[in-house]
Design a protein around this ligand. Structure first.
Ligand code: SAM
Length: 271
């Protein structure tokens, strides 16, 4: 598959795989369902595969693009250039609350979407989770394996730190699977679109999100160990039992509520 699409040579370091399948593009835009007056933000507009059809439906769209050449192309876009608010920046370091506050309707939360660069998709989602209060919903194209991990529940081989943290912040709904040949150049793996909707109120009580993240990272770091062993530096076997959590199970069997209970105990007891 050619690495040049619409006169632009895809840059691997920016995770550039451009969508070119009109049917897939239409399905994604339909699932986003953009409407005038919403605070729409696209991450990685690239050559405009999603930008163009979204701009056909609305009068204004904010786009965040790191590649200087692509940002320049968008600025000179013959049809939609005037509708675009172009932020030429790394989305990983962007303050999304400031983005919202600078839009014409700062009281409305953001609707974020994009065919994400796969090399940074997990850190980017963790970055966005920090702004969950400012976000109404997110629609992302990701590697299918990442969507499986986001949506997985206890007992699944895909269940891990990403599942627990994503489901703490958001409800997660896989929307559609996309084959490699929908992109130029074609990635080596299947992709999928996911909808993430931040919860209006947290599904479990967590006193320190940092502690929850730390506990999940430690528990899943050596998945095959029992939690008695993987968490032995921060909570004793007796204390796990006193929380009604069997110390002999593996992390992959624990629910979000179990992780929250362990994290709250550790936070309160200062380990
Ligand atoms: N939306 C286009 C499409 O569907 O064809 C392009 C998608 S391509 C997978 C990812 C896009 O994200 C590219 O345009 C790339 O330059 C841009 N990008 C890569 N890293 C980025 C970052 N850190 N911040 C913002 N944009 C980034």
């Amino acid at each position: 598959m050619s690495k040049t699409h619409l006169g632009h040579t895809a840059r691997k370091r920016f995770g550039q795989n451009f969508l070119h399948d009109d049917y897939v593009i239409e399905q994604i835009v339909n699932s986003i369902n953009p409407r005038n007056g919403e605070n729409l933000v696209e991450i990685g507009p690239g050559l405009g595969a999603l930008t163009d059809p979204v701009c056909e439906r609305v009068d204004a769209l904010t786009v965040v693009e790191l590649d200087r050449d692509l940002a320049k192309r968008l600025r000179h876009h013959p049809f939609h250039g005037s509708k675009l608010n172009i932020i030429e920046q790394d989305a990983l370091t962007l303050d999304f609350t400031t983005v919202k506050d600078n839009l014409p309707n700062p009281d409305q939360s953001l609707r974020v979407f994009g065919n994400l660069p796969y090399n940074i998709s997990t850190p980017l989602m963790f970055h966005l989770f920090d702004y969950a209060d400012s976000i109404h919903d997110m629609h992302f194209m990701l590697q299918k394996e990442v969507v499986n991990r986001l949506a997985a529940g206890p007992g699944s081989k895909n269940y891990g730190r990403l599942s627990v943290m994503a489901q703490y912040y958001c409800s997660v709904t896989p929307v559609l699977t996309v084959p490699p040949d929908a992109f130029k150049p074609a990635p080596k793996v299947d992709s999928a679109v996911v909808r993430l909707v931040p919860h209006a109120s947290a599904p479990v009580e967590v006193e320190s999100v940092n502690t929850l993240e730390r506990v999940c990272a430690q528990a899943f770091n050596q998945r095959r160990k029992t939690i008695r062993n993987s968490l032995k530096d921060c909570i004793s076997e007796e204390n796990l039992s006193s929380l009604d959590i069997n110390p002999g199970v593996r992390a992959e069997t624990l629910s979000l509520q179990n992780f929250a209970t362990i994290a709250n105990f550790i936070y309160e007891h200062g380990t």
